[in-house]
Write a protein that binds this ligand. Structure first.
Ligand SMILES: Cc1cc2nc3c(=O)[nH]c(=O)nc-3n(C[C@H](O)[C@H](O)[C@H](O)COP(=O)(O)O)c2cc1C
Length: 194
């Protein structure tokens, strides 16, 4: 495969589209879109998010020590984009988007009603990355929409309909088709060793 060298940059995809909810010291909530977000350990369940130090969200999280990562469904692409181009330093993004909040179970920060998957997080470590900070957080609770479960209690990901962000080309896509079962279909290449 012939390839073109892009140099040191941030072109990489797919990435998740998440909206982080956080609160300032007076309890006012803010929404921020983030794609540099992911689960980074299973034992203990840990999430990492990378935030520019200038974000209102960074200030809120470092003051309160808590946040919620809310998965964005494809139906909210426009609202998510808005939350990624306006700042809580100036704008009330809840008011402008019409999105709504509900209390979380453990943290004081509220979670996004319209998101089918909310992850309650408590900040545990911060790593300096130049203009950015990698925030490492303990996963305290995850809320998954009842409506995404089938009658036989399995998650149907089509009902989550996650919005995929293509970093570098700056486009949002939906999920497309299932291609394989994880931790399973790869075994076909083991060749009789298992
Ligand atoms: C799709 C998308 C993904 C983004 N991901 C991140 C990210 O992971 N980290 C970050 O610091 N900013 C990210 N941004 C930029 C912030 O969302 C943006 O600067 C926002 O205005 C910050 O909001 P706040 O100041 O209210 O916290 C992203 C923006 C978009 C549109």
């Amino acid at each position: 495969m012939q390839k073109r060298q892009l140099g040191p940059c941030v072109t990489y995809f797919p990435q998740p589209t998440s909206i982080i909810t956080s609160t300032d010291i007076s309890g006012t909530a803010n929404l921020m879109t983030a794609s540099w977000v992911g689960i980074v350990s299973k034992t203990p369940p840990t999430m990492a998010v990378s935030l520019n130090k200038g974000r209102k969200t960074y200030k809120n999280i470092t003051q309160s020590g808590e946040f919620v990562v809310n998965m964005v469904p494809a139906s909210l692409a426009v609202e998510a984009d808005y939350c990624g181009i306006r700042s809580g330093h100036r704008d009330d993004k809840l008011e402008e988007t019409g999105l709504s909040l509900e209390p979380a179970e453990i943290v004081k920060v509220p979670m996004l009603v319209e998101s089918p998957l909310n992850v309650e997080c408590r900040l545990s470590q911060e790593i300096d990355l130049g203009d950015y900070r990698l925030l490492i957080a303990e996963v305290l609770q995850i809320h998954a929409a009842e409506s995404a479960y089938t009658l036989d209690e399995k998650i149907d990901v089509r009902r989550f309909d996650p919005l995929v962000y293509l970093g570098g080309v700056r486009e949002y896509w939906d999920l497309g088709n299932k291609r394989a079962d994880a931790y399973s279909d790869g075994k076909r290449l083991i060749g009789g060793k298992e």
